[in-house]
Every structure is written in C-alpha cells, then in structure tokens.
Design a protein around this ligand. Structure first.
Ligand SMILES: Cc1cc2nc3c(=O)[nH]c(=O)nc-3n(C[C@H](O)[C@H](O)[C@H](O)COP(=O)(O)OP(=O)(O)OC[C@H]3O[C@@H](n4cnc5c(N)ncnc54)[C@H](O)[C@@H]3O)c2cc1C
Length: 307
C-alpha cells in the first residue's frame, strides 16, 4: 500500500483508521499479525466511500464484527480490515400486520439484541445469549446454539455490494447451511438484519436466558481467550466428544492447548501464535481422520498471510 493511498484513506476515515495495526490486539483468540490498515467507518456513507476507494484501487478488504470467529495468520493481512463496531443501532418495531421485529445494524452485539428483546418481553433470540459475536458475524456464520440458528429468526438482510449499492434481501432469497451463509454477492458487506420475534412472558424469557448463560459458563473455558468451537460437528456427533474420546484434551503446541473443559475449544495459554493454533488444528484433524475416518471441517475462519 503506497503512501498516497494511505493519505487518501486517512482523509476519508478521519481519525478512525489504524495503520500496521497488530490484529492480535483485536481477535478474541489473541493471535494475528498486522493489517496494512484497519478502518472503522462511522456510518453507511463512509463505508460506501471506503468500498468505492478500495474497489478503484483494487485493494482486498475483509469486514469484521466482534472478531470472535477469526484466526488471522502471523504474517497479517495485506489490505484493509473494515471493523463495523460503530454501526450498532437496534430497534424493536411492529409492522402494520401486528408482527414484532428487531432490526439491528451489523456491528450490534448479539448480547445487546438479547437484552433489548428480553427487556421488552419478546421471545425468539434467547439462543444467542452468550454467543459473543456481532449481528453481521452471526449471519455470516449462521451462528447457533441449543437447536436454533440465526436463519430461524432472520426475516430480512440489508447488504451493501462492493460498489456501495444497498439492497434488502428477504429470507426466502438467502441460502444458509450449517454454520455457513452464502453471500449472494461477492464482496458484499452486511449492513443490517431484521429478526422476527413474538411476544413472550417476560419472566420466562429472562429465566431462559439466565439458564443458557449459566450452562455456557459451566461448559465453556471462558477464563481463556479462544475463538469458540474450532470444528463443525460432523454428522450426528459433537466434534468435542470425538476429540475427548481420542484423548486429545490438554494437547499443547506452543502457546495453545485443547481445553480440558471442552474438547472443541483451542485456548490461548498466554503467548500463542496463529501458527500454534493452525498446527494444533492440523494435528487434531490428522488424528481424527486416522482413528475415525472423519474429516473435521473448521468452523473458525482463517485469513491473512503466513509469516
Ligand atoms: C467463547 C465463545 C463462544 C462461542 N459460542 C458460539 C456458539 O454457541 N455458537 C456459534 O455459532 N458460535 C459461537 N462462537 C463463535 C462466534 O462468536 C460466532 O460465530 C459469531 O457469530 C461471530 O461473530 P463476530 O462478529 O465475532 O464475527 P467475526 O469473527 O468478526 O467474523 C466472522 C466472519 O464473518 C465475516 N463478517 C463479519 N461481519 C460481517 C459483515 N458485516 N459483513 C460481511 N461479513 C462479515 C468476517 O469476514 C468473517 O468471515 C463462540 C465464540 C467464542 C469466543
């Protein structure tokens, strides 16, 4: 990235851009080399102008929400990471037919949505309690827990395409798979999502959320930095159970280990590198393939360059 482009980006973003920023400061796993630039658009217009500049200059970009499902390689990212944390409005509304909805910007946290709907006695998003992601990240990952997924609650999605054009996509035109959403347009950024809710009993909604939070606390190694479940569950069985049965809990490489509490979590024990995480992932995959004939597919998203 040349100096002229840096200056143009700086002008466009004002103070909200960091150059050569180590991404280990941002990923929940605490690993990752530097991005050439990390920009935080303050509104949709600024995001549109940023995408248009990056398009003209042919600069790669990656949108991120809360960084909780991302491994960035140690060589960092050559291009611009677009952090969406400043786009975080959410509102509840009722349509003319009397149905209840929650519309949230991509950078809003799932916990804000859970709290807002619970305070209004609305039901439908309790399963998101304790998932530390943003709305955009949750849609891209079709995040889920306790038998429900984002796609079950989603009514409509607002996308900005790579040229800055905004369009609403009804649920019926969207394609979801297990822990995967197929973006209808390459390079599009999720701007906002609308979820369908129903009126519930306030006390029951609160109790449901509290029960989920406490189950998660008991099962997940929340005392460590991690990116949540590393592998997708292969058909019919939890990946964590297979890892546990093969005696891999506690297995260490460099600054990471397989959590003793939950076999599908790789945790940072202090000085982790992305290399350690990826080596441990490969080690587990090889052992599971050898012993069980199953290929464990990763749920975490890996970006960036090798060192
Ligand atoms: C302790 C812990 C527990 C977890 N528990 C669960 C769980 O129960 N269930 C579950 O499904 N996941 C879980 N996760 C994983 C993670 O929280 C979810 O996948 C979450 O939805 C990711 O959201 P994010 O904002 O952090 O995404 P990020 O990590 O920021 O990004 C994830 C992907 O989405 C893309 N992306 C993000 N925002 C946008 C956008 N606006 N437009 C286009 N692309 C975008 C990124 O480029 C990347 O490919 C857990 C993670 C942790 C650390």
């Amino acid at each position: 990235m040349n100096e002229a482009l840096r200056e143009e980006l700086q002008r466009l973003m004002g103070g909200d851009i960091l150059f050569d920023e180590p991404l280990s400061r941002h990923t929940s796993m605490g690993v990752g080399g530097a991005a050439q630039a990390l920009a935080f658009p303050g509104n949709r217009e600024q995001l549109r102008d940023l995408l248009s500049l990056l398009g003209r200059q042919n600069i790669p970009y990656v949108p991120v929400g809360n960084w909780t499902n991302l491994i960035v390689r140690d060589g960092g990212f050559r291009g611009v990471i677009i952090g969406l944390k400043h786009l975080h409005d959410c509102k509840l509304f009722r349509d003319p037919a009397g149905e209840y909805f929650l519309q949230a910007d991509a950078g809003a946290s799932l916990s804000a949505l859970v709290n807002l709907s619970a305070a209004a006695g609305m039901t439908g998003l309790e399963f998101c309690a304790g998932i530390p992601g943003s709305v955009g990240g949750a849609v891209i990952m079709n995040a889920g827990a306790y038998g429900r997924e984002i796609k079950d609650a989603l009514a409509e999605l607002m996308l900005m395409d790579a040229r800055g054009k905004v369009r609403n996509w009804p649920h019926g035109q969207l394609q979801f798979e297990y822990r995967r959403f197929i973006l209808p347009e390459k390079g599009a950024v999720i701007l906002a999502a609308t979820f369908r809710l129903s009126r519930g009993d306030k006390e029951m909604v609160r109790e449901g959320i509290a029960a989920i939070r406490s189950m998660r606390k008991e099962k997940h190694p929340l005392e460590y930095r991690s990116a949540g479940s590393v592998f997708k569950n292969p058909q019919g069985q939890p990946a964590g159970k297979i890892i546990d049965e093969l005696g891999l809990k506690g297995l260490r490489i460099g600054g990471v280990k397989v959590s003793e509490k939950h076999g599908n979590f790789i945790v940072n024990t202090g000085e982790a590198k992305a290399r350690d995480v990826l080596d441990l992932i490969r080690n587990i995959q090889e052992k599971v393939l050898r012993e069980r004939g199953i290929h464990l597919e990763t749920e975490v998203i890996t970006i960036g360059e090798e060192l």
